[in-house]
Design a protein around this ligand. Sequence first.
Ligand code: MSP
Length: 658
Amino acid sequence: MQNKNKFYITTPIYYATAKPHLGSLYSTLLADIVARWNKLKGNRVFFLTGTDEHGQKIALEAQKAGKEPQVFVDSFINDYKHIWKIYNIDYDRFIRTTEKEHIKAVQNWVSLLIAKGEIYKSAYEGWYCTPDETFVTDPLPRTDLNGNPQSPLCPTCGRETIFVSEESYFFKLSSYQDKLLKFFKEHPDFVVPKERLNEIIKFVESGLKDLSISRTTVKWGVPFPGDNKHVAYVWADALLNYVSAIGYNGVSSTETEKLEFAKWWPADLQVMGKDILRFHAVYWPAFLMASDLPLPKQLLAHGWIKVNHQKMSKSLGNVIDPEPLFEKYGSDAVRYYLAGQIAITQDGEFSTQALERHIETDLANDLGNLLNRTVALAFKHELINVPEVNNLSPESVKLLEDTTVMLREYTDYMDRCYFHLAIASLWRFIAKVNAYFHNLEPWKLAKTDKNKFIECISLTCNSLNIIGNLVWPIMPSKSEELLDSLGEKFALGTNKIDELTGNKIKSFTLKKGATLFKKIEDTETPEVTKPETNLSTSQPARSEYVEGTQDIDFAHFEKIKLVMGTIEACDEVPKSDKLYKLKVNFGDKGTRQVLSGVKKFFKPEDLIGKQALFVYNLAPRKMMGLDSQGMLLTAQNSDGSLQIVTVLSQVHSGTELK
Ligand code: MSP
């Protein structure tokens, strides 16, 4: 009975070789969202994260930095904890694989498997990919220009492998091939998204070889019990964290440890990127089967965050630091964007322009304004205590029906970890609430039909209350601020989803709150990528197109006014290395000042006199203290160069695109 309503969730443990980047944040954030979603449903949650601190990769990086490995890994721990804190990652335990208890658990576990005949000693000869810390069985051959053979490449990451020939202990992975295939067949939902399980099945069907699980040429690792020449292969060491963190110590545990362990294991969800699914869906279950431990219930393997269509990674030098993003946009907006605009099923391109667009439209306009307008109008007409209403008008009945549909959809998508679809469903509902409010014109009703005015405010507040609760896993701070404006104190402990289902209309005591989402400040976009990378691609790549999340209808498109303008002047903006101040002639429509972040790509003389296409009706904004009215459209080549968008031959300045 003690396991009832428990939810144990883990993130991968991150290589402690650098500060966390946006990709590391992504895995952790998705786990935090699932953890919070389960809390919202009244479950008891244990959320584990941590750092992977042994192995050749770490030893080499430490050497490069001229530090002892332990000192080197220690230097990044506070960075991880700091980023998790500012992004409201509410973990319960942060494990480090250099902790004594973890090392002991790994050693005991190795002894246990040796005693059970699951591990034996032999020799390994073959290729090894250090950045991926993996033995490569199918390396990609390579020659130099003269045809001389070179070290082959890793088929997964494309980096150079090294040849390894050493005595090694092996885990009898081959004897788990059939058991694993049987398990996958019986648990078709073991991996989210499902398609990724098919890749794993193909891999296992192609034949499993025994796995080398010790190294003699690496010193920075967990010493093998009884054979100190060997250290445990870093993945065996790392995977064990999921059980050692909750009290498993590899041998029959003390009563308390057993109790603690059984309280949480098996994990309900283990989150990771698709690059490390094979370790979690093949090696890990086989290790657990060999140890007579139950398997995790489900694995979530998400796609990659890309910059310029390449996986963001430290070795490619294109990482995005989450800290300046937090400083400029706040944690909730970044959380919303990563969870809602990138589908876990696909890779997603990150762009600050897209992030800003979503803050302005989805957050500030659709949600923030709805709350502000409702509360402001209620206050204006002294409706501070909004009563429960009954005898509803057809419009309100329809809104309640829409609420029920949305709640069902949202719950279903969140349970299946399709966060972007859950968020899309919630925002479709927000659009319906906005339409309800506008169509009823409560500012007129306040003077003509007081009861209907109260009904409109009440139903809008009820909807906002539901939205505020549902959005808590995604944007915990903004959710609490929103609910506070309705006079609601957010508290966990019960099943909120059950409470919200059933269309019970509540009463509210409104409070004048601060604006939920402020307009983006007049500062420059933070320097989030290395200079060679591009921040100007604002549209997701075609391959990242997700049906239903990025579509706009014609009415939306029609609102965008695209106008040809002639650039008459192009001046530098003091203290900005990105912006130019353009004077643009729009013919009969007059002359405007447009700021554009294209300084790195053009000299002023490249632009002066050119005709270009502008978004003409973009809301004016300030950048570096200067007004900008409109946006210059550009197209970026894959080599990073930029072109302005124009038409084949000259047209009158001010010509609108149709
Ligand atoms: N240490 C191993 C995991 C051991 S778990 C027992 C490892 N560490 S890692 O630091 O390289 O990656 C940790 C997580 O970050 C993985 O889930 C990985 O997919 C994720 N990401 C790293 N870069 C990423 C992106 N660019 N995009 C999304 N997630 C990515 O592997």
